[in-house]
Write a protein that binds this ligand. Sequence first.
Ligand SMILES: Nc1ncnc2c1ncn2[C@@H]1O[C@H](COP(=O)(O)OP(=O)(O)O)[C@@H](O)[C@H]1O
Ligand SMILES: [Mg+2]
Length: 203
Amino acid sequence: MAGIFITLEGIDGAGKSTQSGRLAEWLKQRTGRETVRTYEPGGWLGGESLRGLMLSGTKFSAMSELLLFLADRAEHVNRVILPSLRQNCNVICERWNESTIAYQAGGHDLNPGHVKRIISACNFPEPNIKILLDIPPETAIERIKSRKPDRFEAEGLPLMRRVAESYRRMASDEPGKFIRVDCDGMTEDDVFQAIASRLEAFV
Ligand SMILES: Nc1ncnc2c1ncn2[C@@H]1O[C@H](COP(=O)(O)OP(=O)(O)O)[C@@H](O)[C@H]1O
Ligand SMILES: [Mg+2]
Protein backbone atom coordinates (compact mmCIF):
# COMPACT_ATOMS: atom_id res chain seq x y z
CA MET A 1 0.00 0.00 0.00
CA ALA A 2 1.26 3.48 -0.88
CA GLY A 3 2.01 6.08 1.78
CA ILE A 4 -0.56 8.47 3.18
CA PHE A 5 -0.71 11.99 1.78
CA ILE A 6 -1.86 14.66 4.24
CA THR A 7 -2.02 18.41 3.62
CA LEU A 8 -2.06 21.19 6.20
CA GLU A 9 -3.94 24.36 5.35
CA GLY A 10 -4.61 27.64 7.11
CA ILE A 11 -3.62 31.30 7.05
CA ASP A 12 -0.10 32.40 7.96
CA GLY A 13 0.46 31.91 11.67
CA ALA A 14 -2.24 29.22 11.97
CA GLY A 15 0.33 26.66 13.16
CA LYS A 16 0.98 24.57 10.04
CA SER A 17 4.76 24.25 10.50
CA THR A 18 4.32 23.57 14.23
CA GLN A 19 1.79 20.79 13.68
CA SER A 20 3.65 19.33 10.69
CA GLY A 21 6.55 18.36 12.95
CA ARG A 22 4.35 16.71 15.57
CA LEU A 23 2.21 14.98 13.01
CA ALA A 24 5.25 13.56 11.20
CA GLU A 25 6.49 11.86 14.38
CA TRP A 26 3.06 10.50 15.22
CA LEU A 27 2.46 9.22 11.69
CA LYS A 28 5.84 7.55 11.51
CA GLN A 29 5.20 5.72 14.79
CA ARG A 30 1.69 4.76 13.88
CA THR A 31 2.35 3.50 10.35
CA GLY A 32 5.98 2.37 10.64
CA ARG A 33 6.74 4.29 7.43
CA GLU A 34 9.17 7.06 6.71
CA THR A 35 7.33 10.37 6.70
CA VAL A 36 8.42 13.22 4.46
CA ARG A 37 7.64 16.79 5.53
CA THR A 38 7.40 19.35 2.79
CA TYR A 39 5.77 22.70 2.01
CA GLU A 40 4.73 25.07 -0.76
CA PRO A 41 5.77 27.16 -2.47
CA GLY A 42 9.31 26.02 -3.15
CA GLY A 43 9.58 22.71 -1.28
CA TRP A 44 11.79 21.07 -3.90
CA LEU A 45 15.50 21.22 -4.67
CA GLY A 46 15.93 24.51 -6.53
CA GLY A 47 12.49 25.76 -5.47
CA GLU A 48 13.81 28.36 -3.04
CA SER A 49 14.45 30.91 -5.78
CA LEU A 50 10.91 30.52 -7.12
CA ARG A 51 9.59 30.82 -3.54
CA GLY A 52 11.58 34.03 -3.09
CA LEU A 53 10.20 35.46 -6.32
CA MET A 54 6.62 34.61 -5.38
CA LEU A 55 6.65 35.71 -1.75
CA SER A 56 8.84 38.80 -1.87
CA GLY A 57 8.65 42.13 -3.68
CA THR A 58 7.32 41.44 -7.18
CA LYS A 59 3.63 42.15 -7.58
CA PHE A 60 2.28 39.81 -10.26
CA SER A 61 -1.06 39.97 -11.98
CA ALA A 62 -3.55 37.55 -10.42
CA MET A 63 -3.34 35.15 -13.38
CA SER A 64 0.48 35.10 -13.42
CA GLU A 65 0.43 34.48 -9.72
CA LEU A 66 -1.94 31.54 -10.15
CA LEU A 67 0.19 30.01 -12.91
CA LEU A 68 3.40 30.47 -10.93
CA PHE A 69 1.92 28.65 -7.95
CA LEU A 70 0.77 25.84 -10.22
CA ALA A 71 4.17 25.62 -11.93
CA ASP A 72 5.73 25.35 -8.49
CA ARG A 73 3.27 22.57 -7.57
CA ALA A 74 3.91 20.68 -10.80
CA GLU A 75 7.64 20.63 -10.02
CA HIS A 76 6.97 19.68 -6.39
CA VAL A 77 4.70 16.81 -7.48
CA ASN A 78 7.25 15.40 -9.91
CA ARG A 79 10.32 15.80 -7.76
CA VAL A 80 9.05 15.21 -4.21
CA ILE A 81 5.44 14.19 -3.71
CA LEU A 82 5.03 11.36 -6.20
CA PRO A 83 8.52 9.86 -5.74
CA SER A 84 7.98 9.80 -1.96
CA LEU A 85 4.53 8.21 -2.16
CA ARG A 86 5.84 5.63 -4.64
CA GLN A 87 8.57 4.70 -2.18
CA ASN A 88 5.81 4.02 0.37
CA CYS A 89 6.64 7.09 2.44
CA ASN A 90 3.90 9.19 4.00
CA VAL A 91 3.91 12.82 2.91
CA ILE A 92 2.83 15.82 4.98
CA CYS A 93 2.65 19.00 2.92
CA GLU A 94 2.03 22.54 4.19
CA ARG A 95 -0.33 24.11 1.64
CA TRP A 96 -1.82 22.52 -1.47
CA ASN A 97 -4.62 23.16 -3.96
CA GLU A 98 -6.88 24.65 -1.28
CA SER A 99 -4.32 27.39 -0.63
CA THR A 100 -4.46 28.29 -4.31
CA ILE A 101 -8.25 28.46 -4.23
CA ALA A 102 -8.31 30.38 -0.94
CA TYR A 103 -5.68 32.99 -1.91
CA GLN A 104 -5.91 33.35 -5.68
CA ALA A 105 -9.71 33.07 -5.91
CA GLY A 106 -11.06 33.80 -2.41
CA GLY A 107 -8.39 36.37 -1.64
CA HIS A 108 -7.48 37.86 -4.98
CA ASP A 109 -10.66 37.88 -7.02
CA LEU A 110 -10.03 35.28 -9.70
CA ASN A 111 -13.19 33.38 -10.61
CA PRO A 112 -13.30 30.36 -8.23
CA GLY A 113 -14.87 28.10 -10.86
CA HIS A 114 -12.10 28.91 -13.35
CA VAL A 115 -9.37 28.40 -10.74
CA LYS A 116 -10.84 25.03 -9.75
CA ARG A 117 -11.04 23.93 -13.40
CA ILE A 118 -7.42 24.90 -14.09
CA ILE A 119 -6.29 23.05 -10.97
CA SER A 120 -8.35 20.04 -11.92
CA ALA A 121 -6.72 19.97 -15.38
CA CYS A 122 -3.30 19.77 -13.67
CA ASN A 123 -4.27 16.38 -12.25
CA PHE A 124 -2.19 16.74 -9.09
CA PRO A 125 -2.40 13.91 -6.55
CA GLU A 126 -5.40 14.15 -4.24
CA PRO A 127 -4.57 14.14 -0.51
CA ASN A 128 -6.01 11.34 1.62
CA ILE A 129 -6.75 13.88 4.35
CA LYS A 130 -6.76 17.68 4.40
CA ILE A 131 -6.34 19.44 7.74
CA LEU A 132 -7.58 23.00 8.16
CA LEU A 133 -6.13 24.87 11.11
CA ASP A 134 -8.85 27.46 11.56
CA ILE A 135 -7.83 30.49 13.56
CA PRO A 136 -9.14 34.06 13.81
CA PRO A 137 -6.99 36.32 11.59
CA GLU A 138 -6.44 38.69 14.55
CA THR A 139 -4.82 35.86 16.55
CA ALA A 140 -2.68 34.82 13.59
CA ILE A 141 -1.43 38.38 13.10
CA GLU A 142 -0.54 38.62 16.77
CA ARG A 143 1.49 35.38 16.52
CA ILE A 144 3.49 36.36 13.46
CA LYS A 145 4.08 40.05 14.14
CA SER A 146 7.77 39.47 14.85
CA ARG A 147 8.27 37.84 11.42
CA LYS A 148 9.25 39.88 8.41
CA PRO A 149 5.95 39.82 6.49
CA ASP A 150 5.90 38.21 3.04
CA ARG A 151 3.90 39.75 0.21
CA PHE A 152 0.65 38.09 1.29
CA GLU A 153 1.09 38.74 5.01
CA ALA A 154 1.74 42.39 4.18
CA GLU A 155 -1.80 42.69 2.83
CA GLY A 156 -2.94 42.17 6.40
CA LEU A 157 -6.35 41.58 7.90
CA PRO A 158 -8.68 42.08 4.89
CA LEU A 159 -6.92 39.42 2.80
CA MET A 160 -6.63 37.04 5.76
CA ARG A 161 -10.36 37.32 6.46
CA ARG A 162 -11.29 36.49 2.88
CA VAL A 163 -8.84 33.60 2.79
CA ALA A 164 -10.04 32.20 6.14
CA GLU A 165 -13.65 32.34 4.95
CA SER A 166 -12.79 30.60 1.69
CA TYR A 167 -11.01 27.81 3.58
CA ARG A 168 -14.03 27.33 5.85
CA ARG A 169 -16.34 26.97 2.87
CA MET A 170 -14.08 24.33 1.34
CA ALA A 171 -13.90 22.39 4.60
CA SER A 172 -17.66 22.37 5.00
CA ASP A 173 -18.14 21.36 1.33
CA GLU A 174 -15.95 18.29 1.82
CA PRO A 175 -16.61 17.03 5.34
CA GLY A 176 -15.39 13.49 4.63
CA LYS A 177 -11.97 14.74 3.54
CA PHE A 178 -11.29 17.73 5.79
CA ILE A 179 -10.38 17.72 9.44
CA ARG A 180 -11.13 21.29 10.54
CA VAL A 181 -9.70 22.22 13.92
CA ASP A 182 -10.95 25.36 15.58
CA CYS A 183 -7.61 26.46 17.07
CA ASP A 184 -8.87 29.55 18.87
CA GLY A 185 -7.57 29.51 22.44
CA MET A 186 -5.98 26.08 22.02
CA THR A 187 -2.38 25.28 22.94
CA GLU A 188 -0.12 23.50 20.45
CA ASP A 189 -0.74 20.29 22.42
CA ASP A 190 -4.52 20.76 22.34
CA VAL A 191 -4.44 21.27 18.58
CA PHE A 192 -2.30 18.21 18.06
CA GLN A 193 -4.57 16.06 20.24
CA ALA A 194 -7.57 17.24 18.23
CA ILE A 195 -5.84 16.29 14.98
CA ALA A 196 -4.60 12.91 16.25
CA SER A 197 -7.96 11.90 17.69
CA ARG A 198 -9.66 12.57 14.37
CA LEU A 199 -6.89 10.93 12.32
CA GLU A 200 -7.09 7.70 14.29
CA ALA A 201 -10.23 6.85 12.33
CA PHE A 202 -8.31 7.01 9.04
CA VAL A 203 -4.76 5.85 9.79
N1 LIG B 1 -1.65 26.64 19.42
C1 LIG B 1 -0.76 27.65 19.49
N2 LIG B 1 -0.85 28.57 20.45
C2 LIG B 1 0.02 29.60 20.51
N3 LIG B 1 1.02 29.81 19.64
C3 LIG B 1 1.16 28.92 18.63
C4 LIG B 1 0.28 27.79 18.49
N4 LIG B 1 0.68 27.09 17.38
C5 LIG B 1 1.74 27.75 16.86
N5 LIG B 1 2.04 28.83 17.61
C6 LIG B 1 3.12 29.81 17.35
O1 LIG B 1 2.61 30.70 16.34
C7 LIG B 1 3.63 31.01 15.40
C8 LIG B 1 3.17 30.58 14.02
O2 LIG B 1 3.13 29.16 13.94
P1 LIG B 1 3.61 28.38 12.63
O3 LIG B 1 3.56 26.92 12.94
O4 LIG B 1 4.89 28.93 12.14
O5 LIG B 1 2.42 28.78 11.64
P2 LIG B 1 2.33 28.66 10.05
O6 LIG B 1 3.34 27.64 9.61
O7 LIG B 1 0.91 28.23 9.81
O8 LIG B 1 2.58 30.04 9.51
C9 LIG B 1 4.90 30.30 15.86
O9 LIG B 1 5.66 31.23 16.60
C10 LIG B 1 4.36 29.19 16.77
O10 LIG B 1 5.28 28.86 17.78
MG1 LIG C 1 4.94 27.79 8.28
